[in-house]
Design a protein around this ligand. Structure first.
Ligand SMILES: *Cc1c(COP(=O)(O)O)cnc(C)c1O
Length: 404
């Protein structure tokens, strides 16, 4: 994304043209940004040669998943729906892992029938269900066990998953107990230890604590895991100059971990692959002036992008056309939905903007469209993929007729 002669371009297509041609609100993704993100992720971890499984819950668009496949990644899925979608995108079963605390028997059977690499289990109940299925079909099923390392990810509270009070994984004693009980099982083959401590992590320190905890429990268990699945969580920069995860340091920590534990590393990145490759193009419907601030009412709302309302996340909002007039009064960017939390951003010293202007909400590629809804009976936006000059519809805008 860059300004050329004061007009905002995503790759070689201007935001204003996109708004005109495809209407707003509109999700737009950059093909080359996705490609660059994947290449730099691979490069950062080149020396440990991991299996990289894209976290499909961050963005499950079929065309995007096809790109993910084309660029060589596998997939981390959390439902039958996601598993069906990634198979349709031609991602190979031997590159698919299935995570989640509450997979149903139907989902487990489906995953087993598709012969995916492994199912990361999170409770003894779940392992027992898998054993039952295995017994019936007379096969041994590859599973992982998710470990809860009781590590603070130092991120937004609502996206932390690695503390003992969170529902995810098994804490130390329980993990060891279950490992001991099932390691000789005739029906499950424990090949993986998995962890995932949270999302939008911008320091290597939580990862260091996580690796220490994983190392400790492996030494205690004296068990050889073929795979160690370290999850995802790598943070991105939602603000210019905000803190950045030091991948070199994280990679170094993993390298020294691997000296003690000779396993294959799996990653499940979502946000770091797709987050900054997505934009939400919006139009200003009205500007309502009050004494203390101006409400900038967009045609995008929390049903299109819920992260600000749900997590208190802040996304940059940039104008499609730059001018040199600054307004010192506070602007509050909001959506039209009848909820006080339907707001995106408070900002001072924004440039002068007008009704019908186009603005772009940035870094919405992850946990954007996937979390959209029809709240207030609003149709979901279209999705566009841009590759240089080419802009293609990858999801059509929902028609009001189809949701009424
Ligand atoms: C959400 C999730 C991920 C992806 O997290 P990001 O922060 O998007 O990288 C990976 N693994 C599991 C188990 C998850 O729940």
């Amino acid at each position: 994304m860059k300004y050329k002669k004061r007009h905002l371009y995503i790759e070689n297509v201007s935001a204003e043209r996109l708004a005109r041609q495809f209407d707003t609100p509109l999700y737009v993704y950059s093909y080359n940004k996705i490609k660059d993100n994947i290449n730099s992720f691979k490069k950062n971890f080149k020396t440990i040669n991991p299996l990289i499984c894209f976290s499909v819950k961050s963005n499950s668009n079929l065309k995007i998943l096809s790109l993910i496949n084309k660029f060589g990644l596998g997939a981390d899925v959390v439902s039958k729906g996601e598993l069906t979608r990634v198979l349709k995108a031609k991602i190979k079963p031997e590159k698919i892992v299935f995570s989640g605390v509450g997979k149903t028997v139907d989902e487990l059977k489906f995953a087993i029938s598709k012969k995916i690499l492994l199912i990361n289990t999170e409770s003894e109940n779940e392992i027992m269900e898998i054993e039952k299925i295995a017994k019936k079909i007379k096969k041994k099923i590859n599973i992982g066990i998710r470990f809860n390392p009781d590590t603070d990810a130092k991120t937004l509270k609502k996206i932390s998953t690695g503390r003992k009070e969170n529902k995810f994984g098994l804490i130390k004693n329980k993990f060891l107990e279950i490992l001991k009980k099932y390691k000789e099982s005739k029906f499950v083959n424990i090949i993986c230890l998995s962890v995932h401590i949270g999302s939008q992590i911008t320091s290597h320190i939580p990862y260091k604590n996580m690796l220490n905890a994983v190392n400790k429990i492996i030494q205690q268990s004296k068990y050889k895991f073929k795979y160690i699945d370290l999850g995802g969580g790598m943070g991105i920069q939602y603000k210019n100059n905000s803190k950045k995860l030091n991948y070199l340091k994280y990679n170094k920590l993993i390298k020294s971990f691997l000296k003690k534990n000779n396993s294959k590393i799996i990653f499940e990145p979502g946000r770091s692959i797709i987050g900054n490759a997505g934009y939400l193009i919006s139009k200003i419907i009205y500007i309502k002036k009050t004494n203390s601030k101006n409400f900038v009412i967009l045609d995008s709302a929390m049903n299109d992008l819920i992260r600000p309302a749900l997590y208190g996340a802040k996304h940059r909002i940039v104008p499609s056309k730059l001018n040199r007039q600054k307004v010192s009064k506070k602007h509050e960017f909001v959506g039209p939905i009848c909820e006080t939390t339907d707001k995106f951003l408070n900002i001072r010293n924004y440039q002068k903007i007008n009704q019908k202007d186009i603005v772009v909400i940035c870094d919405v590629g992850a946990y954007g469209m996937v979390l959209s809804s029809n709240y207030n009976l609003r149709p979901k936006p279209a999705e566009i993929l841009i590759n240089k000059n080419l802009a293609k519809i990858i999801t059509k805008r929902q028609k009001l007729n189809n949701i009424i």
